[in-house]
Design a protein. Sequence first.
Length: 293
Amino acid sequence: MKKQQDRNVFKKCLKEYHSYLKQYKKVNPLNLSLFIIDCLIFAIIMVGFIFQLANHKTNNPLNIIFSYVVLTLSFYILIKFTIANFFYTNIYFIKIVVYEKSLLLKNIKIEKKEVINWVPFWFLNLLILINVISTIVINYQAVEIFKDSSIISACISTLANILLIPSFGTILNKITEIRKPILNNYINLIKVQFVGFQDLFKTYQAAENFEYISFENISITSKKGIFVLNNLKSDAARITKFNESIVEIYHEIWKKYVDFLKVTRHPNNKRVQKKVYFIERVFDQIFINFLEL
């Protein structure tokens, strides 16, 4: 009974951290719209394909039209995801926006923001599934439509298989990047010893012109470009205050992450480590992008 109560309390705790991170996740309307359109097209492909399987022995003109529509849409989906996966770092429709602030200097508005691209496993798995099914559909339709022309059928099937290879390879590389352990100073010097760095952002020192910040008792600094360079004497105080507000954002996230690690590293919670992985990954990505490792 007590174990069940502990599990329920832990699940509630995870929901709180999940809700906390939601404030940093922003939807990209364009990517979301394209994803919805592609899903609708894929749904049309599946409906048409099932219709084809149910009526493949008939010579109904409508059946032939469906065949060409399904083949064309399947090629579109396969080409779309092949090009998108190969040339774009992220087509997922949610990004992590750590901060998005503006500062007015000399009547010029300076925009500063930190946006992190990330991709969940389910999205990559869905892309693999869509690409594989689209290729199967293309091969089937090529055989059905061009029964009397084996050369055309072979060319279409070969082209579909060639397009699948780079798309599949790119997705697998992304999965590998996500799954590989973070073997760097971040995990060795900070994450493993998080208890000793609870006040990490209270002990920082700003470099000249606030180019970056360093921390006491640890040989790690922030990346350059995170802050506004403080090289205007007339606005030095305002720029410093602006940069300090950015540090404070990371400080609040770090405090939350330390609390999260304390809870999830508890001996009684070892069985549920897989459930906390995705929350932990978002926290890690924020600080890996912030620190010079």
